[in-house]
Design a protein around this ligand. Structure first.
Ligand SMILES: [Zn+2]
Length: 139
């Protein structure tokens, strides 16, 4: 943890940086962040920053919005959700004829959305619309 990890700006996606480090900074240091989901504070470590900025192409002003625990929970939800989307893509309307399927899918989407990441609004709207159509159909 206390390793001093030198900054290699040549590997940064963009040379212009307006975040934590000024141009004289030579080493990454832990940055304290607050999780948007559970609101606990956590440290974005020097080695995580190096991986994010020098290997994964993150803009070097980026900071994680979720703590490691919430982040892995979020990734779990995303992969569970992907199974629903895939089923719908493969089976089309047959899949969404089941109200249980739609309701489970919706609850997963809402849970994922509560992590305040983007990208679920469109699907949530679509699943809700399907549920409404089914209600109308059964009445
Ligand atoms: Zn958290």
């Amino acid at each position: 943890m206390s390793d001093r990890i030198p900054i290699d700006r040549s590997k940064w996606q963009k040379p212009i940086y307006q975040g934590h480090y000024d141009e004289r900074a030579e080493f990454y240091e832990g940055i304290r962040c607050r999780c948007r989901k559970c609101e606990l504070s956590f440290v974005f470590t020097a080695s995580e920053q190096r991986d994010s900025f020098e290997r994964n192409g993150k803009y070097p002003g980026w900071q994680p919005s979720l703590c490691p625990k919430c982040h892995s929970k979020f990734l779990e939800l995303v992969s569970e959700e992907a199974a629903y989307s895939e089923k719908w893509e493969k089976e089309g309307d047959a899949a969404v004829q089941s109200e249980a399927f739609l309701k489970e899918w919706l609850s997963l989407l809402m849970h994922a959305e509560s992590f305040q990441k983007q990208g679920f609004g469109h699907k949530i709207g679509m699943v809700k619309k399907r549920l409404r159509e089914q209600d109308a159909g059964c009445a």
